[in-house]
Design a protein around this ligand. Structure first.
Ligand code: ZN
Length: 90
């Protein structure tokens, strides 16, 4: 059974081979990947977008976040889909 992930959210996820679970969350701007969940991805985007965070800041991320709403609501939307928990527990 394939996950019915809305089009606007697909850019943030990698599915398992069977496409029945989210395998990884991914940054649409860089090669950042995380298994820690959508909240961790949002934190990555926020830190990378903030010029005050000098060690993390990246203009491409800031530009992306200006045009894209990756809010707490987005995190909640992503959080309802099943994740590859078995893999994460290892
Ligand atoms: Zn990134």
């Amino acid at each position: 059974m394939s996950l019915n992930i809305p089009e606007h959210l697909r850019v943030y996820v990698n599915l398992t081979e069977q496409e029945d679970m989210i395998n990884l969350f991914k940054c649409p701007v860089c090669s950042f990947r995380t298994q820690l969940g959508p909240g961790a991805l949002r934190m990555h985007l926020l830190l990378k977008s903030d010029p005050m965070v000098e060690t993390q800041y990246d203009p491409a991320h800031e530009e992306y976040m200006k045009t894209t709403e990756f809010t707490i609501e987005t995190v909640k939307e992503l959080a309802v889909f099943p994740k590859n928990e078995l893999k994460w527990a290892r």
